[in-house]
Design a protein around this ligand. Structure first.
Ligand code: FAD
Length: 485
């Protein structure tokens, strides 16, 4: 039979569930990626993620071509609506089965259902396979068969289920690679350029973020040297502590099975850093299962009573929001974090917590506004992890921070960026301030500010809110849910 592999967020040829299964089950296999207008049409024209995908597809195409051993054995790339393109392509190629990695987001599920229905009408089918996670939403359940809403027992059950054996990779595709078919001449047009689709590369090339499978490999090799120190370094944004692999996990240029296998192996050798890093990968699975089991979280608070909270609204709220988005709150760590996000599409995990908490618990703004802004800006935006993170900071989610725990942005700054190194990288106008004054410039003596060339209200804003007042307002705001805690 003829199969069609539909690459979506699994842009690699190694350890790939859909590609491997298709090659085993079919005599002839075609591969396709659709630049789906259902997603692209609403994106800004200079979206770093589109540029990242585009660059990663070039490598995927080359890799498929090499594996197939045929000059035209590469990837078919289309620009259109996946719900139309996939059934049409399957018909054109005479494919009886379309293989894809399973997606857990509500919109993606609806899309896949539509594609499945269309394929069935033409005597073909959509076969989806587990690829993005180690365990899916029904694989790790409580003893009473319910999904977990708290992380620690989930992680315990997850680790017990995994055991000491690294997850099995999908076999090497090489033995079956000759089954990769040549692209029919009518479909062998080269990858459309970003410009052809109305996009610009944005600043991705300047950021030198390594793309594709080779980029993921490079980052992994670098992190492999640092993994043992992960626990000590991961909370300090000026230090190269984390792996920076999130964008690769997002687009599947690296395999989660491979990462878990490597972390497990190192953990079994006694590495505390590997053990903590593995638990971060478990958080990833945790939020995937939350979204799949409780899809209402995509729009609502995990706990319904948190939907009752009255957030700030009106013009003033809009002004506060714009100041937060633009990194003009007057709290240097928050502003530097937002500058990092706006300039690079990445934000350090500690800062996602600090900046997120600031939006909700200092500015009193609806966490969904922040969630939406992160979704637009983050290169690694993933609905499940982003939603989980925002529900955590706003205290409305599963295993969330208790509502009365309100990060003090000044203390966080003193603790995690003591010398202000990170702040200075993103807020050069504060570059000459000393380590004592940089966390809360408005508390510094006028002489100190003058000597450092800082004029509040001119080259750096006054604080947009007072911490103590904001804290009191938040406790009051959360009063509607207090009785449930
Ligand atoms: P590492 O520290 O090297 O971690 C390795 C991997 O583990 C990450 O790449 C990621 O896949 C996973 N991971 C780590 N922490 C978490 C977590 N808390 N939840 C789920 N997975 C985790 N992560 C995203 O991938 N996409 C998002 O859209 C996203 N939005 C977030 C929003 C908020 C408000 C918060 C608090 C966190 C968010 N995170 C998100 C989680 C985390 O901040 C990032 O995964 C991490 O900073 C990515 O950097 P890294 O790859 O260097 O991480």
């Amino acid at each position: 039979q003829t199969g069609l592999v539909w690459f979506r967020r699994d842009l690699r040829t190694h350890d790939n569930a859909a590609l491997n299964t298709a090659l085993q089950q079919c005599n002839q296999v075609h591969c396709v990626f659709i630049f789906d207008r259902a997603i692209l049409d609403s994106l800004p024209r200079a979206d770093r993620r589109v540029a990242f995908i585009h660059a990663s597809l070039q490598e995927l195409d080359a890799s498929l071509r090499q594996l197939s051993g045929k000059p035209d054995g590469g990837l078919i790339v289309r620009y259109g609506f996946a719900t139309e393109e996939i059934p049409a392509l399957a018909a054109q190629l005479g494919a009886q089965a379309v293989y894809a990695a399973r997606d857990y987001e509500p919109q993606a599920r609806a899309r896949d259902f539509q594609v499945q229905t269309a394929l069935l009408a033409q005597q073909a089918r959509l076969i989806t396979l587990k690829d993005h996670v180690i365990f899916e939403e029904r694989e790790v359940l409580t003893q009473t068969g319910k999904p977990y809403g708290v992380f620690t027992p989930y992680m315990r059950a997850w680790l017990a289920k995994l055991g000491d054996v690294p997850p099995r990779a999908f076999d090497e595709v090489t033995p079956h690679a000759p089954r990769l078919a040549e692209r029919p001449p009518a479909l062998s047009t080269p990858l459309p350029s970003l410009g052809d689709m109305g996009f610009e590369p944005g600043n991705l090339p300047d950021l030198r973020i390594p793309t594709g499978m080779s980029g993921a490999k490079k980052l992994l090799e670098d992190f492999w040297e640092r993994m043992d120190q992960y626990e000590e370094t991961r909370n300090f944004p000026s230090v190269k502590g984390p792996s920076y692999l999130s964008v690769h996990l997002r687009f599947g240029t690296v395999s989660i099975r491979q990462l878990v296998g490597l972390a497990l192996q190192r953990r079994l050798q006694g590495s505390e850093g590997a053990s903590v890093w593995l638990s971060e990968l478990v958080w990833r699975d945790f939020y995937f299962q939350v979204l799949a089991n409780f899809p209402h979280v995509a729009e609502h608070a995990f706990k319904p009573e948190y939907d009752q909270i009255a957030w700030e609204s009106g013009e003033h709220a809009q002004q506060l929001f714009q100041a937060w988005c633009g990194g003009r709150t007057g709290y240097p760590l928050v502003d530097a974090a937002m500058a990092q996000l706006n300039q690079t599409g990445y934000m350090h995990n500690r800062l996602r917590m600090v900046a997120g908490s600031f939006l909700v618990k200092h500015l009193g703004l609806d966490w969904r506004w922040g969630e939406r802004y992160f979704a637009e800006q983050l290169n690694d935006f993933d609905l499940s992890a982003n939603n989980g993170g925002w529900q955590w900071v706003s205290s409305s989610g599963c295993d969330a921070q208790p509502y009365f725990r309100i990060f003090n942005p000044i203390n966080q700054s003193e603790k995690f960026d003591a010398q202000g190194k990170f702040i200075k990288r993103y807020l050069p106008q504060l570059g000459a301030l000393d380590a004592k004054s940089i966390h809360a410039p408005w508390l510094a003596k006028p002489l100190v500010l003058a000597a450092a060339g800082v004029t509040l209200g001119t080259n750096y804003p006054h604080p947009i809110v007072d911490h103590a007042e904001a804290r009191a307002r938040t406790l009051q705001r959360y009063g509607v849910v207090r009785k449930t805690q």
